[in-house]
Design a protein. Structure first.
Length: 309
């Protein structure tokens, strides 16, 4: 058993690093546990983070770790296998380690996993021309012939939205597009083509996306493919402790990251956020830290009630 930490943060991406920083700056004793598998690992750069636009994700994480060195933060490269409630907080079990972690509060910043469509070549090109967020990657992919892979409202919204970055836009629906006549009319007015042929694979040339290849052998030359992947929490720790997911598989918290019904448990970053970007994940971590520090302060308030006569 370790000594009791004020807070343990699991996950050392932007959300976890930001949470650990603000908790530690409130003179708390913090443990940061990182298993080294960030969601944005496949990306070469992180975009849209003011003063850090275009910085490789691994550099952001390295600088974040360096800046924690001046505070009472212990960093542990390990995987949290299980977490249980205790009288004074939580107990964490780590893979391949005999010791356990005791902590008053627990911040899970473990992120989400992207579940891509089972199209050959899609996973291989993830981060190399296959993207999910034009705010994250649109500038770098702008002007290229572009496809959005999907159907229905997603195809309509992304099909028209991506015309901000390209005037050569095609919705590739891999079967019936499930668009209303009004949606088709607007896409057509914006110059967005709709191709409903079954897709065979995503093709790369020299490490970059080059074509959508249909099952009939025809090729649509593209320089970018966008997709809206399904997502799920990358860790089951929160749900095992009592957190609940909404229909979109995002875990439910209050507006500052507390998991209702599980005192001392907080979620930061993509696990509970609807919008996913590095700068938003970092902001989420800070917001959670403020709530956690306040909650510990309240918990530690001395009992000032007058003794009974």
């Amino acid at each position: 058993m370790t000594d009791l930490y004020d807070a343990t943060v699991v996950g050392a991406g932007p959300a976890g690093l930001s949470a650990a920083l603000s908790i530690a700056r409130a003179c708390r004793r913090v443990l940061l546990v990182d298993d080294g598998h960030p969601r944005n690992g496949p990306a070469a750069q992180a975009w849209g983070f003011v003063t850090r636009d275009g910085t490789p994700p691994e550099d952001l994480r390295a600088v974040g770790r360096e800046q924690l060195a001046r505070y009472d933060v212990t960093i542990l490269d390990a995987h949290v296998e299980a977490a249980t409630r205790t009288d004074d907080g939580f107990c964490l079990t780590l893979t391949d380690r005999d010791d356990t972690i005791r902590t008053r509060t627990l911040v899970l910043a473990t992120g989400i996993a992207d579940i891509l469509p089972p199209v050959p070549g899609m996973r291989e090109a993830w981060g190399a021309g296959v993207a999910h967020c034009p705010y994250c990657h649109g500038w770098e992919l702008k002007g290229r012939p572009t496809a959005f892979y999907g159907t229905g409202d997603d195809a309509f919204e992304m099909g028209r939205f991506l015309t901000l970055w390209t005037d050569r836009m095609t919705v590739v629906s891999d079967g019936p597009a499930d668009l209303t006549p009004e949606q088709r009319s607007e896409l057509d007015a914006r110059g967005v083509a709709v191709d409903e042929r079954p897709v065979g694979r995503i093709e790369q040339t020299d490490g970059a996306v080059s074509a959508v290849v249909f099952e009939d052998g025809a090729r649509l030359a593209v320089g970018a493919v966008y997709v809206k992947p399904d997502v799920r929490p990358r860790s089951g720790l929160a749900e095992a402790l009592g957190a609940h997911a909404n229909p979109n598989r995002l875990l439910v918290t209050d507006d500052v990251g507390r998991v209702e019904g599980v005192p001392g448990l907080y979620l930061a970053g993509d696990t509970a956020e609807k919008q996913h970007q590095v700068v938003l994940a970092a902001a989420s971590g800070t917001r959670v830290a403020f709530a956690l520090n306040h909650d510990l302060l309240v918990a530690d308030t001395p009992d000032t009630a007058s003794p009974e006569a």
